[in-house]
Design a protein around this ligand. Structure first.
Ligand SMILES: NC(=O)c1ccc[n+]([C@@H]2O[C@H](COP(=O)([O-])OP(=O)(O)OC[C@H]3O[C@@H](n4cnc5c(N)ncnc54)[C@H](O)[C@@H]3O)[C@@H](O)[C@H]2O)c1
Length: 255
């Protein structure tokens, strides 16, 4: 069996560690090296820059940060590797860069690699289609106190799924403060709660007259995301250049 050879960007972080420990027991994939701004001894070579990588690989898993995005995209392009972009917090310019590189690189990008959140995207869109304008949609996300970006990429992804049901006419409103006036109909509120060691919780609330419907997802460990990243890494090699997401992977696995 040929093993999928993986470079882990952000190898010394929490998610990098989860990916590495799962790969230790995976006969079909292996970590050839890591790239991390702050290298540690983790049992594989770790470089501070892609320019120093010597190992041959098939794919990059990126669990680092938006910083240095162009270097990893350029490395993937130059070496004909796929890349799983799992970092969050990308700016609009970053998104445009990713789109540009997807003309020559197979890019798997999602802010949430869990199967449950993928299903939740479909559920909230269906709920929005049924409930329509009569229900106010508010999204509450909760994460640990070390998370750098807010709101979470997953909260934005869920907002996008709801918004699709309204032909993208809704406006996203962050944590309200002061005399903000009555809630406008075209708002989707998005609120970020930070504390302790919460792995990641997302609640989409549809508040109507005299009733509330909530759809929630709670990640109980970061392992669930590492499992998804490795599935995505195995999916990417041999794929044509372009953008891929969880639903493409699930369609292929269930075909
Ligand atoms: N898509 C998903 O399902 C999913 C799930 C969990 C976390 N994430 C995202 O993954 C990222 C990492 O999360 P984490 O909890 O492991 O964070 P972390 O802070 O524990 O680890 C990040 C690691 O990346 C390194 N790093 C940062 N910038 C770098 C760069 N430019 N080049 C190389 N290395 C760099 C850091 O030194 C650190 O070791 C975050 O953006 C987080 O939001 C995504």
């Amino acid at each position: 069996m040929t093993r999928t050879r993986i470079i882990i960007c952000g190898a010394c972080g929490k998610m990098g560690g989860n990916v590495l420990s799962l790969l230790a027991d995976d006969p079909a994939a292996t970590a050839v090296c890591g790239v991390d701004l702050y290298p540690k001894e983790i049992g594989i070579p770790v470089y501070t820059s892609f320019a120093d990588v010597k190992e041959e690989a098939d794919v990059i898993i990126d669990f680092s940060s938006p910083v240095g995005l162009v270097d990893r995209l350029e490395y993937a392009k130059a070496h004909k590797l796929g890349i799983v972009l799992a970092s969050t917090g990308f700016t609009a310019e970053d998104q445009a860069l990713i789109k540009e590189y997807s003309k020559s690189v197979a890019i798997f990008k999602t802010a949430n690699l869990s199967l449950g959140v993928n299903l939740m995207q479909a559920l909230v869109k269906a709920a929005a289609q049924v409930l329509g304008e009569h229900y106010d949609v508010e999204i509450i996300e909760r994460h640990h106190n070390l998370k750098k970006d807010a709101p979470s990429g997953t909260a934005l992804m869920l907002a996008d799924s709801v918004n699709e049901a309204f032909d993208n006419a809704k406006r996203y409103v962050g944590g309200r403060e002061g005399i903000v006036g009555a809630r406008e109909k075209n708002e989707i509120g998005i609120h970020a709660v930070r504390g302790g060691t919460i792995v990641g919780e997302h609640e989409v609330m549809f508040a109507g007259e005299d009733e509330i419907i909530t759809i929630t997802h709670s990640a109980r460990s970061k392992r669930v995301f590492a499992v998804g990243a490795i599935r995505a890494a195995k999916f990417l090699p041999q794929k044509a250049a372009g953008m891929y997401e969880m639903k493409d992977l699930l369609a292929e696995e269930n075909a």
